[in-house]
Design a protein around this ligand. Structure first.
Ligand SMILES: Nc1ncnc2c1ncn2[C@@H]1O[C@H](COP(=O)(O)OP(=O)(O)O)[C@@H](O)[C@H]1O
Ligand SMILES: [Mg+2]
Length: 468
């Protein structure tokens, strides 16, 4: 299994700081929750099993970083992660996604993580094997001379050493070594070879299922079908470069024991998994509304409960216990309040963190500072065409100001507004490169330019409602 990340809470927050501006409380609490898992793993006594994760409820308006924090946390911890929307679930017995599907998603992510790690482990060995396979295709080996029994004419009783064959074999070996060298140096990448490619099975059970089965049994059936069908192979002529990719996958999977992958993935999901339940406020019974649709909302909460409390969910890879999965729920709670959730569910999310609304100052930092900041993303996009994009400081301030103002005037969508504003601002440039703005040009975004391109939108509320 992949070693658990031994980051301290402070280090975790430091990692999150690279991507998320502000939201100190939320960062600190998710860091604690993550560290508590590591602490739990280190507890020797029977108590270990009793230590339940400190599930977190994030309360904050849209676009202030709730999802981003959870997602980054999972990255930091190298933990399987899945995000679901509570409002997408329906009560058991109704058409729609059942709550257990989130656990199946989680395991799927876990499988990917483990596979990736295993692939990495066997990468070198697989590459060696691929090289052998390619070499065999290019220069098929001749049989080694040895104690052949075929030649009854031979009078020598002491082995049938055949100098002709030996030299043939020697020559073959030499040629192979020469080609091996060429392969390694990448001299043959463009050369075409014929390889056998495994074909995926065309039969799917999707049509048969038609909502009559849940995802797990459907996937199980598909696996069974796949197992029953003989694996078809097809000869394909491809370049060595392509062949390498195709063979690499095959050779790697030969070296990996899939039962082991399943086992580790389940363990990883159970002990390190993070499930992010978004829009939890949408299934809370708001104090105001009548009792129409609330019945089913409460039903969804009741269905969520056993999973959050800890139960065993059947997946196509085996049973997954959710007792130690970390759940992070999030919602704006504009209409309903956390106390409108059923008490049992409230009790399962003991840590409440409120996220701050972002200020104009935060906006300009978000534009500039995160590792993946929008300004950097656009620089990279233009950079790909050898066009340099620079922003003056006051231009960034102006973008932040305008984004903030539109949020106030039209609708507050948080930092998401920065995306729409930036894309509108740079739209013409994105169109003109490389036709009229050629490689090696320089674009300077100034405050005046920002004003020119965006001010009409800011003043015209109707317009900005549609465009920004
Ligand atoms: N505090 C923040 N720091 C940096 N980027 C942020 C912050 N808040 C939101 N963003 C950016 O805004 C977008 C939406 O954020 P997200 O976390 O999905 O919002 P929500 O709170 O609605 O889940 C993302 O692209 C994210 O990078
Ligand atoms: Mg979100």
């Amino acid at each position: 299994m992949k070693a658990i990340n031994h980051l301290t809470p402070k280090q975790i927050v430091h990692e999150l700081d690279k991507y998320i501006i502000g939201q100190r409380d939320a960062k600190r609490n998710v860091a604690i929750a993550l560290r508590n898992r590591i602490r739990r793993m280190m507890v020797k006594s029977d108590l270990q099993k009793d230590i339940v994760p400190n599930n977190i409820l994030m309360i904050g308006a849209t676009g202030v970083g709730k999802t981003e924090i959870a997602r980054r946390l999972a990255k930091v911890a190298n933990a399987p992660f899945t995000k679901v929307e509570a409002s997408k679930f329906t009560e058991v017995g109704y058409v729609g996604r059942d709550v257990e599907s989130m656990v199946r998603d989680l395991v799927e992510q876990s499988i990917n993580l483990v596979k990736e790690a295993k692939n990495e482990e066997v990468k070198e060995k697989a590459a060696e094997n691929v090289e052998d396979v390619l070499l065999d295709i290019l220069i098929p080996p001749v049989k080694a001379p040895g104690f052949s029994t075929g030649r009854s004419t031979s009078t020598s009783s002491n082995g049938d050493f055949d100098p002709e064959k030996a030299s043939e074999q020697e020559l073959n070996e030499k040629t192979r070594e020469r080609f091996r060298e060429k392969l390694r140096n990448g001299e043959l990448e463009e050369r075409k070879v014929e390889i056998n490619v495994k074909q995926s099975n065309p039969v799917g059970v999707g049509m048969i299922g038609n909502g009559m089965m849940d995802d797990a049994s459907m996937a199980g059936l598909q696996d069974m079908l796949n197992g029953m069908m003989p694996k078809k192979t097809k000869k394909r002529k491809v370049t060595i470069a392509e062949a390498r990719k195709i063979l690499m996958e095959e050779e790697a999977s030969k070296l990996i024991d899939f039962d082991e992958v399943k086992e580790e993935a389940i363990h990883l999901a159970e002990n390190n998994g993070i499930i992010f339940i978004d829009e939890i406020d949408k299934v809370a019974k708001s104090s105001k509304s009548g009792n129409g649709p609330d019945v089913s909302r409460e039903g969804v909460q009741r269905d969520l409960l056993p999973i959050v409390e800890g139960s065993a969910v059947n997946t196509k890879y085996g049973l997954v216990h959710t007792d130690h999965v970390l759940f992070i729920a999030a919602g704006a709670f504009h209409v309903s309040k956390p106390s409108d959730l059923i008490p049992e569910l409230q009790g399962r999310f003991p840590i409440r963190v409120e996220l701050d609304n972002l200020t104009q100052e935060d906006f300009s930092r978000i534009l500039r500072e995160p590792k993946n900041a929008l300004t950097k993303q656009y620089q990279a996009l233009f950079g790909a065409e050898d066009v340099s994009l620079e922003y003056t400081d006051d231009a960034i301030e102006e973008i932040a100001r305008i984004a903030f103002k539109i949020n106030e005037d039209v609708e507050n969508i948080g930092a998401r507004r920065l995306h729409t504003v930036m894309s509108h601002l740079l739209n013409d440039f994105l169109f003109d490169v490389p036709d009229t703005i050629e490689a090696n040009s320089k674009i300077m975004v100034t405050k005046d330019m920002v004003g020119e391109r965006l001010s009409s939108l800011v003043q015209n509320r109707d317009l900005s409602q549609y465009i920004l």
